[in-house]
Design a protein around this ligand. Structure first.
Ligand SMILES: Cc1ncc(COP(=O)(O)O)c(C=O)c1O
Length: 340
C-alpha cells in the first residue's frame, strides 16, 4: 500500500510484504504507547514544509533529502494543550542540543516557535493534538553521507494531527518483550540524540511484535534495563521509583517531569542499573512519553507485573497532569500577563 492507503497498480506483492500484512491485520496491532483514537479530521490537515503549507496528500519531500537518504536529521514530538505546547522550552533545548551535536543549523528558536504555532493555527487546533517537528540537513545533490553535498538549507517539516491516546491501551496496559537488540553507549550512537536513525529501535519493535507483544523493552550493553523502543521505562518497587541510568536512553521529557514531580511529592527515585529480575518482581511498571504520558505495563516477557495494584502509577499520573497544567498556566501567564 502507498502512504495514502491506495495500492500502487504496478506493485506486485513480494515475499517481504507478508510480515507487514500479517502485522497490519493483528487485532491488537495498534496496542502501542502511540495508539490513537481514529480522527477523520486528520485526512485534511495541512503540513508545514519549509514555510509553506500543503494538504496531506501533496506534502512531499525530495528523494535527495538527507533524512531520507541517510537518516541525517533530528526531531521532536510535542503536545498541544489549551493552544500551548507543553514543556516547549525543554523540547527546544533538546532539539538545539541535538542540532549542536550534529552540526545542523536549525536557525533561531523564535523561527521554530513561530512555525510550530503557525501550523496548529492553520489547522485550527487547540487540544489533543500531537505534533512532529523534523529538521534534516537538507537536499543533497547526490545520494551520499557527506554534508558538503547539501544544496540549500535544512528541510523543516511539521506534521500536526488530532491524536488522543487510546484509553483502551491505558486501561489494559502494555505487553512488552525484551529484544535482543541492545541500546548502545554514547560513543556509538548517543541515545540522547532524537535522530531520524531509529532502525535499531524498529528492529527491536519487530522482534517484540513477532513475539506477540506490543512494544520492545531494551537492555544496555551490560544487560541492565535501558528503555523501551519509543518510550522510557520505569518500575515501582518497595515504594520507590526506579528508572535506568540515562546513559543508554533518550532523555525523555516525560521521564524528567515524572522524576521531578515524584521527588517533589516525597517519593524516592533512583536512576540506577537494574535487571530483568527486578522488573519481573516489580510492584508496578510503566512507560513514559509525550504522546501517551504514563502507560501501564501489564506483562514483560509473558510475566505479569505486580498484582494489579496501580497506586504508584495513579499517583504519578496525577502528578504528571498537574505538571502539564502548571506549565501551560505558566505559558499563558507569560503570554498575557494574566492568571488563567
Ligand atoms: C526512543 C524514545 N525514547 C523515549 C521517548 C520519550 O520521550 P519524551 O518523553 O520526550 O516524549 C521517545 C519519544 O520521542 C523516543 O523516541
Amino acid at each position: 500500500m502507498s502512504r495514502g492507503g491506495q495500492a500502487h497498480p504496478a506493485r506486485k506483492l513480494r515475499r517481504s510484504d507478508s510480515f507487514r500484512i500479517m502485522a497490519d491485520t493483528r487485532t491488537d496491532a495498534d496496542r502501542s504507547t502511540h495508539a490513537a483514537v481514529p480522527d477523520p479530521r486528520n485526512d485534511t490537515v495541512e503540513i508545514f514544509i519549509n514555510g509553506e503549507f500543503f494538504p496531506r496528500p501533496e506534502a512531499k519531500i525530495s528523494v535527495f533529502d538527507s533524512g531520507f537518504l541517510v537518516g541525517d536529521g533530528i526531531w521532536e514530538g510535542l503536545r498541544l494543550h489549551e493552544g500551548h505546547f507543553a514543556f516547549l522550552d525543554r523540547h527546544l533545548d533538546r532539539l538545539e542540543a541535538g542540532a549542536a551535536a550534529t552540526s545542523l543549523d536549525i536557525g533561531p528558536r523564535s523561527g521554530i516557535v513561530e512555525a510550530l504555532y503557525a501550523t496548529v493555527e492553520r489547522n485550527s487546533m487547540v487540544d489533543d493534538v500531537h505534533v512532529r517537528l523534523m529538521v534534516t540537513r537538507g537536499d543533497k545533490k547526490t545520494p551520499s553521507q557527506h554534508p558538503s553535498n547539501v544544496i540549500g538549507g535544512p528541510n523543516m517539516v511539521i506534521i500536526a494531527e488530532h491524536k488522543k491516546a487510546d484509553p483502551a491501551v491505558i486501561d489494559a496496559g502494555l505487553d512488552l518483550f525484551t529484544a535482543t537488540v541492545r541500546r548502545p553507549p554514547p560513543d556509538t550512537l548517543d541515545q540522547r540524540l532524537n535522530c531520524h536513525s531509529k532502525l535499531h529501535e524498529v528492529i527491536a519493535l519487530i522482534q517484540a511484535v513477532n513475539a506477540g507483544a506490543d512494544e520492545a523493552l531494551m537492555l544496555d550493553p551490560t544487560g541492565a534495563v535501558a528503555t523501551c523502543n519509543a518510550t522510557n521505562f520505569f518500575i515501582a518497587t518497595g515504594g520507590e521509583l526506579w528508572t535506568s541510568t540515562g546513559h543508554y536512553n533518550l532523555h525523555g521529557i516525560t521521564r524528567a517531569v515524572v522524576l521531578e514531580a515524584a521527588e517533589a511529592d516525597g517519593i524516592t527515585t533512583r536512576q540506577t542499573p537494574f535487571s530483568l529480575t527486578d522488573v519481573y518482581a516489580a510492584d508496578e511498571a510503566f512507560a513514559t512519553g509525550t504522546f501517551g504520558g504514563l502507560t501501564p505495563v501489564r506483562t514483560v516477557d509473558g510475566r505479569t507485573i505486580g498484582n494489579g495494584d496501580t497506586t504508584m502509577i495513579d499517583r504519578l499520573r496525577n502528578l504528571y497532569l498537574g505538571a502539564v497544567e502548571a506549565d501551560i498556566a505558566r505559558q499563558i501567564k507569560a503570554a498575557t500577563g494574566a492568571t488563567p
